[in-house]
Design a protein around this ligand. Sequence first.
Ligand code: PTJ
Length: 254
Amino acid sequence: MSFSVPESHPRYESLYLRHLIEEGYKNDITAAAGLIAHGRGECFDYLFDEITQDFAIKAQEAAVAALIMAKNPVLSVNGNIAALVPEQIVKLAELTNAQIEINLFYYSEKRVNAIYNKFKEAGAKEVLGLSKDLTALIPGIDHNRAKVDPRGILKADWVFVPLEDGDRTEALVKTGKKVITVDLNPLSRTAQTADITIANNIIRVMPEMIEIAQNFKKTNADLEGILKNYNNKEILSKAILKIIDNLKDKAAKL
Ligand code: PTJ
């Protein structure tokens, strides 16, 4: 499918992202429900003026610090992530020595293979989570998502799970793992359960996290201090208050 919207269109970027998600769907990468999830994300992004807010920068910095310091960091990827930001995931994995593992809510071998190929094309040296490698189980999940690769999520200490549904985050936290999520909805179960919640659009998060990782390395940043001073409840509360204040401001300006 070609994308014919002119760059001069005021909603060009948003429409282009929809196009990527649609293409993903047509190529067996994105689940049908991924289209709905994307629309929900768009709605919350409006409430944040479609820009990275201060609380998101704080969460992104803590997330990068955690991934760099982790013993076994894993970036868990699904169909929406493969459609929107495959190259940036590969880059962040390189910078943080993390593994990339496919883990799908709407599992099918066809989708796993299409997503695997997408990450290989994006330059990934290794991608875990092929169907034949899902030989371990995360307790507390009743569906396919429980199946993981013993080299990846099973032994991970920190797991990055962007655009996630809630029950796996809870199960991962229960097994003692630390979870970083990216979710524009600060009220979602995932957002409320994760150790670090980045309420920002994945399309902005990835390049910003890459830049943060590069800067942290260059400046020898105090990663332990950054992580120690991070308070996710405070960040979530700021995200929710931002929505309230923003709506009040907009209503007052009418
Ligand atoms: O590829 P699969 O089979 O693993 O399925 C992936 C989806 C996303 C369909 C599945 O995990 C799902 O149903 O997720 P949910 O429960 O809809 O949650 C996704 C969350 O991501 C929602 O709270 C959205 O607001 C949020 N979201 C959507 N797009 C973005 C986003 N957050 C950040 N950036 C986005 N671009």
